[in-house]
Design a protein around this ligand. Structure first.
Ligand SMILES: Nc1ncnc2c1ncn2[C@@H]1O[C@H](COP(=O)(O)OP(=O)(O)OP(=O)(O)O)[C@@H](O)[C@H]1O
Ligand SMILES: [Mg+2]
Length: 616
């Protein structure tokens, strides 16, 4: 234990939740004022060789009346006649042994009259950084900027993390700072330039703000894997049953069961058609199928006519060919059938699904023609060739940064149409989970765990994994909840970022082991975070609405105890979206070129549909 300076006061009350210290000397208080504010740490002697570490919860002052001193000091005596007594309420949080070993909890409480001391920075450093097993830098202590704050990085990243805070409180900056620390970015430089490390981070970036934080000068050799609506290769044939059905089937239509069954049937048949060598192909097998052929198949089913003459009983084409194998006829083109008839010589009746798929086909056609969805339905490789089953490995590589050998992959969701956001998020997170799962399973065989752990960062998670909300979020919620529940075992963890913890899926939050809360102004959200705090540290929850910019409270199993820290601004910074309103409004009237705005507004659509018509 380093030398403590003189005691600042002594204990007057002692209970497990509150230890009160009194300082009766105003000069002592004045001298140490900076170290006695709310949130600061004090040491309180407890017996001969133990010290309690306690957090300051409240500071109070009371007057003591003193007899007026003799006059003759030019009036100053008036002021001196009022003396102050200071009371500091603290909450004990842990115990420090004589050799500076820190343990949570307070086995023995101090008795009144024991001394209290300001905690020297060396002692705080010993507690907040030196005792950590796999130290990961987490900024500095808020109350002592000279003291580095570290958490156990293995614990922090190997389980799910939640980052919450009101809008503008600094969540994106905090996330960027943490991730930059992981990948070795500091002050625009890449510390791992000489030898790339094995970090794997995928960010779902809803406002296109993170790329700025990971774009360094070329000389720094940091390769960012940026996937946006133009570069993302996300073929529709990777969608599973739920995603495909969410995309195309309206479950409230009365014949939706027929739509589902025939759609599934057509997809499975088409997958087999295009993947001859593969066995056990099911609806969910991630292999190529042609969505256009499936639509054609359904169009044929929708109009087919069955020949009813003796020995017929099969679909009958206009040229009287009997279709014994629909697959050979229905995928390639729209057939014309004989006309339904009751006449004995030409007896034929409409097929079982006649007219049933009108709406489904319309919906499919509309989606496929939507230029904004081309990245999904007409994805191409460099050179313009279609993505096929053999490209699956590259599709997976792209998401985990292996195509570009990148530590950070940003999936820029800002250009993804809102209607398909859930499906895109679901698909990508499922790809990452499934990769982690199968990779880990392979390693488990030889008794190892994953050596390619991945963290998936979900920015503004309330947008696609809301606590309650329509069926349109079912698939993304399901995929991300699955990672929340099972991902840890397979080396896939989540960092969930949201301004409304009370609006994000409970399943996901309840699986988080570590929380970083920036300033929170909403009472419901504050209570949510407070409910996570252990009794010993319940008091720090009251700081939530008052945290400053970049200040955070962290709770969980990675920090030694709930701690208020502060992150420095990340350099480079993510794209902050704050606009200087008053400055802009006070500037001279600004003319705008509306044509440029409209061009951009429509530009992508026009460009893409021109391409589409070229492709026919
Ligand atoms: N550690 C910090 N120190 C100083 N300023 C900060 C810090 N972190 C963030 N800021 C400032 O706060 C502003 C908002 O930060 P940020 O965009 O990270 O907030 P946010 O919580 O992600 O907001 P939103 O909910 O709108 O996404 C930024 O302009 C940034 O300059
Ligand atoms: Mg943000």
């Amino acid at each position: 234990m380093p030398d403590l300076s003189d005691p600042i006061g002594c204990v007057t009350d002692s209970s497990p939740s509150l230890v009160r210290i009194e300082i009766s000397n105003a000069e002592d208080f004045e001298k140490h004022k900076a170290k006695l504010g709310v949130g600061q740490y004090l040491l309180i002697a407890s017996g001969n060789d133990l010290y309690l570490l306690a957090t300051v919860m409240a500071v109070r002052v009371s007057h003591i009346d003193r007899a007026k001193p003799e006059s003759g000091d030019g009036g100053r005596g008036e002021a001196d006649s009022v003396a102050f007594r200071f009371q500091i309420d603290t909450q004990p949080i842990g115990t420090l042994s004589e050799d500076s070993d820190f343990t949570r909890g307070t086995p023995a409480l101090p008795v009144p009259t024991e001394y209290a001391y300001v905690t020297p920075p060396e002692v705080l450093s010993a507690i907040f950084s030196k005792q950590i097993k796999a130290p990961f830098s987490f900024g500095t202590l808020s109350v002592a900027p000279e003291v580095k704050f570290e958490v156990d990085g293995d614990r922090f990243f190997s389980k799910h993390v939640a980052v919450v805070g009101s809008t503008g409180s600094g969540k994106s900056c905090a996330v960027a700072k943490i991730l930059q620390t992981v990948v070795g970015i500091e002050q625009n430089a890449n510390a791992n330039k000489a030898a790339q490390k094995n970090a794997h981070i995928v960010i779902f970036d809803i406002h296109a703000e993170y790329a700025a934080a990971f774009r360094l000068a070329e000389t720094e050799e940091f390769t960012l894997n940026l996937l946006d609506v133009d570069t993302l290769r996300l073929p529709y044939w990777l969608m599973n049953a739920q995603e495909l059905e969410e995309m195309f089937i309206e479950s409230n239509e009365s014949n939706s069961h027929n739509q589902v069954s025939q759609f599934r049937h057509a997809v499975v048949r088409n997958k087999r058609r295009h993947n001859n060598g593969l066995e056990n192909i099911s609806f969910d097998t991630p292999v190529y199928f042609s969505i256009d052929e499936v639509v054609t198949y359904l169009e044929n089913m929708n109009v087919e006519v069955i020949g009813k003459l003796a020995t017929e009983g099969k679909p009958k084409l206009a040229d009287t060919t009997l279709v014994s194998d629909r697959d050979s006829y229905y995928f390639d083109k729209l057939q014309s059938f004989v006309v339904a008839s009751t006449a004995t010589a030409t007896k034929a009746s409409n097929g079982p699904f006649h007219g049933e798929f009108d709406r489904l086909i319309l919906r499919l056609r509309t989606r496929l023609a939507d230029p904004r969805l081309r990245f999904l339905f007409y994805p191409v490789k460099e050179g313009g060739a279609k993505l096929e089953t053999s490209d699956f490995a590259d599709v997976v590589r792209q998401f985990v940064g292996y195509l570009t050998k990148s530590n950070v992959t940003i999936v820029d969701l800002s250009g993804i149409p809102f209607e398909v956001l859930s499906i895109v998020v679901s698909l990508i997170s499922r790809m990452i989970f499934d990769f982690g799962f199968h990779y880990s399973k392979n390693r488990h065989v030889s008794g190892n765990v994953s050596d390619v752990p991945i963290m998936l960062v979900c920015e503004e998670a309330h947008n696609y994994v809301p606590r309650s909300g329509g069926a349109q979020y079912d698939s993304s919620r399901k995929s991300i909840e699955r990672i929340a529940k099972e991902g840890r075992k397979y080396g896939v963890t989540l960092m969930v970022v949201s301004q409304r913890p009370s609006e994000v899926s409970e399943t996901i939050f309840s699986q988080c082991s570590n929380f970083i809360s920036l300033r929170l102004t909403n009472a419901v959200d504050q209570n949510y975070i407070k409910s996570l705090l252990p009794d010993l540290s319940a008091g720090v929850g009251d700081l939530l609405p008052n945290l400053g910019q970049g200040e955070f409270l962290t709770v969980g199993d990675a920090p030694l105890m709930p701690t208020v820290g502060r992150f420095a601004l990340p350099v480079p910074e993510p794209h902050s979206r704050s606009v200087n309103y008053l400055q802009e409004w006070n500037a001279d009237w600004r003319e705008i070129n509306f044509d440029v705005v409209i061009e951009r507004w429509r530009g992508k659509l026009l460009g893409a549909s021109a391409d589409a018509s070229k492709m026919g």
